[in-house]
Each structure stands twice: as structure tokens, then as C-alpha cells.
Ligand binder design. Structure first.
Ligand code: ADP
Ligand code: ZN
Length: 726
């Protein structure tokens, strides 16, 4: 261990500060780089990590002492370097990045022992029937935990306490059972087809002790999960830990079951659906090297694995891997950074890789592992565009006649159909016919979306809600409010009218708990419904064996924004949702309702030519120097008053430092952000674009350090490699 001899050390505290502070090490304490400690900070006590020697040795009497050294393994050098790296790259404060690593102080104490009971030779003076039951239960000679004993003998806890007092039962304190049982790499491997085996061979060819990235680029249903499970098995056999990151916690449960089938034990879990106590226990077990494999959300990337050998990013293109609150990091990119530090391997798995990863593979920086066949005979869906300009539905309806006919014939055959619209609620806008009033959020530049099911108009940015009005708030007219445009609830209404005999189910993230959603998915898989009406929620990861037709009601929905990734995101989402059709045996069909059937995205989908899409998109990005051929950073300047935000942004723009010509730096703005107000705060945006090799993070850091300090309620948020552009 890197024992530090000095009696003054630098401690990185897990709060919003720019760097480590110096603390004194008490005489009876031995710390090392990475030691997790508690230190006083102003009036508070905070958790921190010993980062190394202090920068400057301030006079002893002005320093405060480290208060507690936790009994937990020190952070590894690799993880500390990752924290520094992420902070530097994203311009977040290192203390805030560290906070993502250190979860809860309870995690740093050793596991609390649990109490168990054992039967002695003594018997109670008075043998009540309750006591009798306890004794009978325990005659098996085993040790029993209290809850189990209460459950098995059906008595109240006081009976057990009474027996302890009389010496009939003895209490012992034992270590708690391990949080996970070790996965068995050889438990139940599937026999792979040739393409799958070739993929496994390629990915595992360099072992798990050197840095490398594989792009596992395979169509939906080709067996990517089975392939990366084999890589996990190989990594475990090599004696290192593996982590699998998933984009959605809704998918975790099925995934955990699948893991258990393959490895005979559940992996460690890590996601927001766990209690603080569960998280603390998991963290502690990971830090002590007791969890060989973890499956979790993006934050699992920052778990304190002692020796991480493999990181799998499933659905690597998914936007959920980008965190955008205090620390704007992209888990996919930071996974590559961490693997580089640990000399480990990364698998990026997707049926529709991000243009970034695809380009890295094309350029030979990543190993490109392709899987083009679906497992078993299922073929790719046959996709048809419906030109809404010529063949659109009647006014007030959203399902084109051609799509409706197809649905009827699918229903006649007893198969399932899915109607997909990626918009929650009933209608995106409510308008007064007599005065023209549009219902808007008072605090955001956004319409209030009607959710008829819940009886409210709601803002999708801040959650502001009002009851569905009966009369216009502005002119007072009765019966003058009309919904404009469809949301998924409105599609469900139309479907009920047109297909009254079909057993229908509507699925949208705002319409039920996670458990309810999970139950619906199971019912769909069993064939309890004929017609599924859903949002993005149904697009991801599920296997619906009877689903043979997918109708996308508004294929153009994602294209409308000023977002450089709009085409890519649309292509990914539509590939994913149309890929739900025809997963077993027969080939499915999909229909895209579009006003721009000539668009490159629609063309690629209809022809089943994803290579054409990537070629087109990569070329288009290259021509204008957008990622992955250049870099982008967004600065969102927000304030309670528009002028304050705008003037500050203008000042910053004027002060932007000169960059060398070869950086090809371009500054756009200031301009009002596309969503110009959120939660009452005005948002002004500056966008900077540079050449790929240029250190744009460093440039922005220097720029902000030289610029005027934000004061009052003014805030500057920096987003390096922005994924959303609202
Ligand atoms: P992907 O992740 O590429 O969409 P999956 O790994 O989920 O594909 O595989 C699709 C389906 O095919 C799953 O139900 C999976 O269990 C099954 N499958 C894939 N490969 C095999 C195999 N070699 N043997 C048996 N079943 C397989
Ligand atoms: Zn709002």
C-alpha cells in the first residue's frame, strides 16, 4: 500500500470544491493514498479520500485533524485516476465526481454481525404451546435467525426473548451471509452457432489483462447477450471482475434472471431501485472483492472493483448512458477510460451502434465484431413506408387506412400488432377555439400536455400540473377547448373505436408502477393481448413471440429538432421498434407513417440497408465537422432574468480566447436555447465546435477561468459532447 509518511495529507472531500484540502494525520493513525476518511469541513463532517501529499505545507496550527479512518479497503489508484480524469474532461468539480464513487458512509463500516439462536440442553419450567413450537422447530440442531424462527414457529418475538432469558436458547453473533454467491463460469453455457462462436473467439482473443474495445455490432436477436455472457465467463476465469451496464432499470429484472440461468447465481445489482441499506452492503462487498460480477445502471461504472477486467455496455447507443445533472459524463466513453486504466476490455453491444463507435470501428480503433444472422430462422422485418401526404388517414384520425387493413388481417390470424408513438399523454397541445389561447407552462417554454387518463394538463419539463379545464382560462368560453395532435392515449382511443374486439393494452412510462409494467410485459409475451399501444417503453429489449406487425404512427417525430444527432436517434429508435416484429420463426412486417419517405433514414429502413444509413450519416457529419469528426461543447447560461443571462453570455462570447487556426474553432451564439425557459429560468446557449484533436475541455476551462465570475442567480453549465440539445 502507498503508505504516506508525512503527517499532513491532501484529502479530496466529496462536496462541490475544486481540489483537495490539507489535513493533519493524528499520531495514532496510518493513512495511505486512497484511504477513506471523515474530516471536518467548516461546521460539517464530510467524507473524503486521502489523495496524496499536500500541495503546500501550511503551518500545522491552522490545519484540522482527520477525524475517522474507515475500516474499508482504500480506493484503488486506478479509480482515483478515473475521478481526476472525469473531472478534467467534463469540467465537473472532482469532489462531485468523487461523490459518485463514495455513496453512503454506512458503506465504509464492516458488515454488522447478525444474531442467531441455538437450542441448549435446558428446557423451560413452564412449557406453553408457543414455547413447544419453537423447541420443535429448532430440534433440527441448526442455528436460526430471529425472523426465520418467528416465521417457522409462528410465535411472537417476545417468546424467543423469554427462552433466551431462561437459557433454553443461546444467542450467537455470526458474520452475515454473503450478498451474492459466486457465479459459476461453467454452469450452463449454450451451444453457440458458428457466427456466435466466432464473435466470442474474436472478443476473448486478447484475454482480459490488456486494454481493448470490441464493438459487438449485431442485429436484434442475433444473440449478442449470449456472446457477451461468454466473455464475462472468460473474464471471471481469468480472475478479474466484470460489470455489465444496462440503459434501463425496467429491463434489469429479466436480465438478472437470464444471468442466473447462465451462471447459476445472480450477479450483484446496482440501480436506483435499491434501498440505501442494500446499496451500502453492495458497495462494501464490491470494495472487498466479494462480487465477481455486477449488473447495473450507468453509475455502476464507478463502483470500487479491486480488479476490473471487463466492462460491457449493452445498447451502447442509448442516450441513458449520458448523465446530465451535476457531472455530465457519458458512461460509454468513461468505460473506455476506466478500462484503459485497469488494462481491461470493453464490449460495446448494439444492433444500432452510435455513429461514434461505428466510426471508431471503421477506423480500426475498435475491434469490429459483426453478427448478421438472427438466432433460429427468424428473418428481419419487412418495412414499408406509408406516405402520409398521399395515403394519410381521415381528418381527426391518426391510423392510415393501409395500416388499419394490415392490423385487421394480423388480428384475424390471431397474431399480435403494436402501434407505436413516442409521445406520452393524450395531446401535446390544448387550444381554445374561440380566442386562440394555448395552454403553456407558466415556468417553461413548453405546452402543457394533456393526460386524459389522469385528468390533468402537465408540463413535461417541470411537472407543473392543472386539472383539465372545462372552460377557457383566458376568454371563459365553454366547450371551446380542443386537443391538437395525438399522444399515445389518443391513439388508444382511436384503436378502441376501430378495433373494438381486439384485446388491447396501453403501455407508457407514466401509466403504472414498474411492477405493473413488468406484469403487462409478461402478459403480452404470453399472448393475453392482441393489440399493444405504446411509447418508447415497448421499444427496448423485450421478446414478444407473437408480435408480427409494428405500425409507427409518426416516424418523423424525432427528426424535427435542431439536434445534430436527430437522424441517428431516429434510425436507432425505429430500427429497435420495428425489430420487435417477427422474433420467432416467421418474418414480421412494419409500417412507417411518414411525410418524408425520401429521407435517408426512411430509405435505409425500408431497404433494410443499415450500411447505407451509416455511410450517409458519417459522410454528412464529416462534411460539417460534427462529432465524431469534431468536438462540441455546449454552455447553458441561465438566470432568473433573460437580460442577465443574455448579457453575460455576450460578454463571455466577446472574451473567448483565440485558438490556433488548426483547432478550427467555431463559436455559435449566444442565442436563446431551443427550450428558452425551464422552471422559471431563462436559458441562453453558446455552442463551441472544434477539430477532433483539439483539447476543447481545456479550452473551455481556461475561457471560464478568465471570464467574469457568475454572480447572483446566474449559472453556467458546461456540457462536453452534448447528447441533447434542448
Ligand atoms: P440480442 O441481444 O442480439 O438481441 P439475444 O442474446 O437476446 O439477442 O438472443 C435472442 C434470443 O435467442 C434469446 O431468447 C436467446 O436466449 C436466444 N439464443 C441466442 N443464441 C442462442 C443459442 N446459441 N442457443 C440457444 N438460444 C439462443
Ligand atoms: Zn414547466
Amino acid at each position: 500500500m502507498n503508505q504516506i509518511a508525512s503527517d499532513i495529507v491532501a484529502v479530496m472531500v466529496s462536496v462541490a470544491v475544486d481540489g483537495p484540502y490539507s489535513y493533519r494525520v493524528p499520531h495514532d493513525m496510518q493513512v495511505a493514498r486512497g484511504s477513506i476518511v471523515q474530516v471536518p469541513l467548516g461546521p460539517r463532517k464530510v467524507t473524503g479520500v486521502v489523495w496524496g501529499e499536500p500541495k503546500d505545507k501550511v503551518a500545522h496550527n491552522r490545519l484540522r485533524d482527520i477525524e475517522t479512518l474507515f475500516d474499508t479497503p482504500p480506493l484503488t489508484d486506478e479509480l482515483m485516476k478515473l475521478v481526476d480524469w472525469v473531472a478534467k474532461y467534463t469540467l465537473a468539480q472532482p469532489g462531485m465526481v468523487l461523490r459518485g464513487v463514495l455513496r453512503s458512509p454506512e458503506a465504509f463500516e464492516p458488515d454488522k454481525p447478525v444474531t442467531v439462536y441455538q437450542l441448549t440442553d435446558l428446557r423451560p419450567e413452564r412449557l406453553t404451546s408457543a414455547r413447544q413450537r419453537v423447541i420443535e422447530t429448532m430440534e433440527d440442531g441448526f442455528s436460526w435467525g430471529k425472523t426465520a424462527l418467528v416465521g417457522a414457529s409462528g410465535v411472537s418475538p417476545s417468546v424467543i426473548e423469554g427462552l433466551v432469558k431462561q437459557g433454553v436458547l443461546e444467542q450467537h453473533f455470526v458474520p452475515p451471509p454473503p450478498i451474492v454467491t459466486a457465479p459459476d463460469a461453467d454452469h450452463n453455457p449454450l451451444s453457440l452457432n458458428d457466427e456466435q462462436q466466432a464473435a466470442v473467439d474474436a472478443i476473448t482473443s486478447n484475454g482480459f489483462h490488456q486494454f481493448g474495445v470490441s464493438l459487438l455490432d449485431g442485429v436484434t436477436g442475433s444473440g449478442k447477450t449470449e456472446v457477451f455472457f461468454e466473455a464475462v465467463a472468460a473474464c471471471l476465469k481469468a480472475g478479474r471482475q466484470a460489470v455489465i451496464l444496462l440503459p434501463e432499470i425496467a429491463l434489469t429484472h429479466t436480465f438478472l434472471d437470464r444471468f442466473e440461468q447462465r451462471f447459476g447465481a445472480r450477479p450483484g445489482e446496482w440501480h436506483s431501485d435499491m434501498t440505501p441499506v442494500q446499496r451500502a452492503r453492495m458497495w462494501r462487498a464490491v470494495a472487498r472483492g466479494k462480487v465477481p460480477a455486477v449488473v447495473g445502471a450507468r453509475s455502476a461504472l464507478f463502483l470500487p472493483f479491486p480488479d476490473l477486467g471487463l466492462i460491457v455496455i449493452d445498447e451502447e447507443h442509448d442516450g441513458a448512458f449520458k448523465q446530465s445533472d451535476r457531472v455530465n459524463y457519458h458512461a460509454r466513453d468513461m468505460a473506455v477510460v476506466r478500462a484503459n486504466l485497469t488494462k481491461g476490455h470493453v464490449i460495446l453491444s448494439s444492433a444500432t451502434p452510435s455513429v461514434e463507435s461505428r466510426n471508431n470501428a471503421d477506423q480500426g480503433r475498435y475491434q469490429h465484431v459483426k453478427m448478421l444472422g438472427r438466432f433460429a430462422e427468424a428473418a428481419m422485418p419487412d418495412i414499408t413506408a406509408i406516405d402520409m401526404r398521399a395515403d394519410g388517414p381521415e381528418k381527426g384520425e391518426w391510423i392510415a387506412p393501409k395500416l388499419a387493413r394490415e392490423i385487421f388481417s394480423v388480428l384475424d390470424r390471431g397474431e399480435q400488432a403494436l402501434l407505436f408513438l413516442n409521445r406520452r399523454g393524450y395531446a401535446p397541445l390544448t387550444l381554445c377555439r374561440s380566442c386562440g389561447h394555448q395552454y403553456q407552462c407558466p415556468d417553461c417554454s413548453a405546452w402543457l400536455v394533456e393526460h386524459r387518463f389522469r385528468g390533468v394538463l402537465t408540463c413535461h419539463h417541470c411537472g407543473h400540473e392543472i386539472g383539465v379545464p372545462k372552460e377557457c382560462h383566458k376568454c371563459g368560453a365553454d366547450d371551446s377547448l380542443v386537443p391538437i395532435g395525438p399522444g399515445i392515449e389518443r391513439i388508444a382511443e382511436e384503436a378502441a373505436k376501430r378495433f373494438p374486439d381486439a384485446r388491447r393494452v396501453i403501455l407508457s412510462s407514466d401509466m403504472g408502477t414498474m411492477a405493473q409494467t413488468k406484469a403487462r410485459f409478461e402478459e403480452i409475451a404470453q399472448g393475453d393481448y392482441d393489440l399493444i399501444i405504446g411509447t418508447q417503453l415497448v421499444a427496448k429489449g423485450h421478446h414478444f413471440p407473437k408480435l408480427n406487425l409494428v405500425g409507427v404512427l409518426d416516424a418523423d417525430l424525432g427528426l424535427a429538432h435542431g439536434d445534430p444527432r436527430a437522424a441517428e436517434k431516429t434510425f436507432q429508435l425505429l430500427t429497435q421498434v420495428t425489430g420487435r416484429a417477427g422474433r420467432t420463426g416467421k418474418s414480421g412486417r412494419a409500417f412507417l407513417q411518414t411525410y418524408v419517405p425520401e429521407h435517408a433514414v426512411m430509405q435505409a429502413l425500408v431497404r433494410g440497408d443499415r450500411e447505407a444509413f451509416y455511410a450517409h450519416e458519417i459522410k454528412a457529419r464529416g462534411m460539417v465537422g460534427l462529432p465524431p469528426f469534431g468536438r462540441l461543447a455546449a454552455l447553458i447560461i441561465s438566470a432568473n432574468e433573460h437580460d442577465v443571462a443574455f448579457n453575460y453570455a455576450r460578454q463571455l462570447a466577446v472574451l473567448s480566447p483565440k485558438a490556433p487556426d488548426e483547432a478550427k474553432l467555431k463559436l455559435f451564439g449566444p442565442a436563446d436555447a431551443p427550450v428558452a425557459m425551464v422552471r422559471g429560468r431563462h436559458r441562453v446557449r453558446l455552442l463551441v465546435q472544434s477539430e477532433k484533436q483539439f483539447d476543447l475541455s481545456g479550452y473551455v476551462r481556461f475561457w471560464l477561468a478568465e471570464g467574469p465570475k457568475p454572480t447572483g442567480n446566474l449559472r453556467v453549465q458546461v456540457d462536453i459532447d452534448p447528447m441533447s440539445f434542448y
